[in-house]
Design a protein around this ligand. Structure first.
Ligand code: C2E
Ligand code: CA
Ligand code: CA
Length: 700
């Protein structure tokens, strides 16, 4: 550092002696600031080495002059920097300071804080200007960062408040808060938390204060806010401790959850109500029943459950379609509801089942009179889509505490009583009698053990060959499910499939069979055994499940199973229950490349016009027609007709239940190309069928 320069200039600083001068030289050399000096008379300039360090230059690279300083200045700051300097000189002000940016040698900008002293002579002419330049880049960046953060907080839609924990007044609120509440900041600052949170209690305040004493970092709760116009809305609040302007305070972040609460309420309603009739559903009924039982127990009263089931509702659905069925259910719900007191609960338990909870009744006569009123009310027809429909009710009644002391038992027994009413000829009611529960109990056991069977893998797939009557070769197989019960042994599907169809378990079973068949096809393929096609039975319930085609496609894709090695069998009567819907679904399955067969054909009364429209590939003549061939003339005629029909409609045809050589002979003579039956093999397990296939080339 060229200290001499300063020393030779006798004017700028008041240096009295050598000691002072040395101190000054030391101060300059160790200063964090860059030092500069400009002699106005001689136009000589000086800058300290530290200044050059700040801007990244070596001494030999930088010629010190006002011009080279100006060149480094940011164009946006040039005017102000010079303005301050020249303005101070003109106004004879002795000190000036200004912030500006200069370009570092490497190209980036530095923020500099420049403080200058101007020395005037006795006539007021400026002689020398000298100053300190501090690199304040970091500080400015930090300031900008805080400004940005402050702007974010100020403008976020989340409501932000800072609350004085002593006065409970607001010290700060952001725009989001002011907008939501409709107050100005000044207005809000005059309010306390009690004005904004109408339901906040002194106890809440205590929690607040408690919280301040604790170390827990965050507190959240739900509360309400009151706007300036008096309206209220729900908020989720999160509270944090902080120090604000030197005092302990809390910052509160509040989010308006009006929308969320709306959705939650809707979801809650959906989860507890039946979407068709708007009545409480099974879940809500159960809740109310349990509450009512508690209450009734306390008051030593009685309550009754009516289990109401529409008679023959299935027929309405099957013959008139689901949309009429649905509307009828809505009307039924309305009519039942109109007969009840407000304090009674009626719920739709699913399908055509309604449960009614009668709270606190005096005697059985009251129940009977209500039940009779319901049955009478149903003597009037319903009008649905301009059709007059009659519906009757079967009602089962169970009473707390006589017929059960918990909800499950009461419901189960009311259900059993309802079944009894059905068997008594419907359109009637039955009180629960203890011996009745046996049957209902069996049903529960059955349903439970079937669920366990699914979980524990007790189902097996058996295979029955299908034979090409022209070539004598294996044409395919049918997969038939068996239940390998741990104690009962093999249970045939007739014993459990109808029950599974009632409870909906059938879908899982059908998919279990489908997946097993696909896996078996892969195994056989690896073992060099080719089975052209394996037929899987799909129940109507499975077929009508919403995304059946998607699910089948997913499984097939997962195992990379070509579609043409699987066939789906659907019974004719299942299709005819709702032919239009069936056409739609079968079309989707067929589009996947699956073969579609109509099972038990001839028993389901399909009309020819529908048959033409159905997306199917094969008819499967029901075994009841084959059984008495060649003795029964009618069966012979029907079988011949079905074979001819299949030729006409260009469909494949297979006869099932073929047990004798005569039946086989008859089929060959009448042009039936395929057969299945005990003559070739009963349905047998995988190992046995594999052995059988290996041992045979020709089957006839
Ligand atoms: P289906 O689909 O009509 O199956 C043919 C039934 O006839 C089978 O009874 C089979 O063992 C029997 N059968 C085959 N050949 C002969 C024969 O020559 N003579 C006699 N008398 N009977 C023969 P199975 O296996 O007891 O199945 C009964 C019904 O259970 C099936 O009738 C089908 O409707 C249903 N089923 C079986 N497996 C499944 C399945 O995985 N899913 C669904 N949804 N239903 C299935
Ligand atoms: Ca079948
Ligand atoms: Ca069949």
């Amino acid at each position: 550092m060229d200290i001499n320069f300063l020393q030779t200039q006798s004017i700028p600083l008041d240096i009295k002696n050598q000691h002072d001068s040395d101190c000054l030289a030391f101060a300059i050399s160790s200063s964090e600031d860059g030092i500069w000096e400009y002699d106005i008379q001689s136009n000589a300039t000086f800058v300290s080495k530290r200044w050059l360090e700040i801007i990244g230059y070596h001494e030999e690279e930088y010629s010190s002059s006002i011009e080279s300083w100006k060149k480094l200045l940011h164009p946006d700051d040039l005017e102000e920097a010079l303005g301050v300097l020249y303005g101070s000189i003109a106004n004879k002000v002795e000190s000036a300071h200004v912030r500006y940016r200069v370009r570092h040698k490497k190209g980036h900008w530095l923020w500099i804080y420049d403080r200058a002293k101007i020395l005037f002579d006795t006539q007021g002419e400026p002689l020398i200007i000298a100053g300190f330049r501090t690199d304040i880049t970091k500080q400015i960046e930090l300031e900008l960062h805080y400004e940005e953060l402050a702007a974010i907080v100020q403008n976020t839609t989340v409501e932000v408040y800072i609350l004085d924990t002593v006065t409970l007044k607001y010290l700060y609120a952001n725009n989001g808060a002011l907008k939501s509440l409709g107050y100005t900041l000044d207005e809000l600052k005059n309010l306390t938390i009690f004005d904004i949170n109408p339901d906040i209690t002194l106890e809440d305040i205590d929690i607040f204060r408690q919280y301040l004493l604790n170390i827990s970092p965050e507190l959240t709760n739900l509360s309400t806010h009151k706007r300036k116009d008096g309206s209220v809305y729900p908020v989720q609040a999160s509270v944090h401790k902080l120090t604000y302007q030197g005092q302990t305070a809390v910052v509160i972040f509040d989010t308006d959850i009006t929308e969320l609460t709306g959705i939650q309420n809707k979801l809650q309603h959906l989860a507890t109500h039946d979407s068709l009739t708007g009545l409480p559903n099974r879940v809500l009924f159960h809740d109310r029943l349990e509450m009512a039982i508690k209450q009734t127990r306390r008051n030593e009263e009685k309550l009754a459950i009516l289990f109401v089931d529409l008679d023959h509702f299935k027929q309405v659905n099957d013959s008139l379609g689901h949309s009429i069925g649905d509307e009828l259910l809505i009307e039924v719900a309305k009519r039942l509801q109109s007969l009840l007191r407000d304090s009674d609960t009626i719920a739709r338990m699913g399908g055509d089942e309604f449960n009614i909870l009668l709270d606190g009744f005096d005697n059985t006569e009251n129940i009977i009179s209500l039940v009779q009123k319901c049955i009478d009310a149903f003597k009037e027809p319903f009008t649905v889509q301009e059709q007059r429909l009659y519906a009757t009710l079967s009602i089962g009644i169970s009473i707390y505490p006589d017929d059960g002391i918990n909800a499950e038992l009461l419901l189960k027994n009311a259900d059993a009583a309802m079944y009894k009413a059905k068997t008594e000829g419907r359109n009637t009611y039955q009180f629960y009698a203890h011996e009745m529960s046996e049957k209902a109990y069996e049903r529960v056991i059955m349903e439970n053990s079937l669920r366990i069977a699914l979980k524990d893998n007790q189902f097996r797939v058996f295979y029955q060959p299908q034979i090409n009557l022209n070539s004598g070769e294996l044409a395919g197989m049918e997969a038939l499910v068996r239940w390998e019960h741990p104690t009962l042994g093999i249970v045939s599907p007739d014993k459990f499939i109808p029950f599974c169809e009632e409870t909906g378990l059938i879908q899982e079973i059908d998919f279990f069979v489908l997946e097993s068949v696909i896996k078996q096809q892969i195994t056989w393929n690896l073992e060099g055994i080719t089975i052209p096609k394996i037929a899987v039975n799909f129940s109507a319930k499975t077929l009508n499940s919403r995304s059946i085609a998607d699910e089948v496609r997913t499984i097939m894709n997962f195992y990379r199973c070509p579609a043409n090695c699987i066939a789906i069998e659907v019974t004719e009567s299942h299709i005819m229950r709702n032919p239009d819907e069936a056409i739609k679904i079968l079309r989707e399955l067929q589009a996947l490349g699956l073969e579609i067969s109509i099972d038990d054909f001839g028993t389901g009364y399909s009309s020819l016009s529908y048959l033409k429209k159905l997306p199917i590939n094969k008819l499967k003549i029901d075994q009841s027609f084959i059984r008495d061939i060649p003795y029964d003339e009618d069966d012979i005629a029907i079988t011949k007709t079905i074979i001819a029909l299949s030729h006409n409609l260009k469909l494949d045809v297979i006869a099932e239940g073929v047990e004798t050589l005569e039946q086989q002979q008859f089929l060959i003579a009448n042009g039936c190309p395929l057969a299945q039956g005990y003559l070739y093999s009963k349905p047998i397990d995988t190992e046995s069928i594999t052995r059988l296939i290996r041992s045979k080339e020709k089957w006839i």
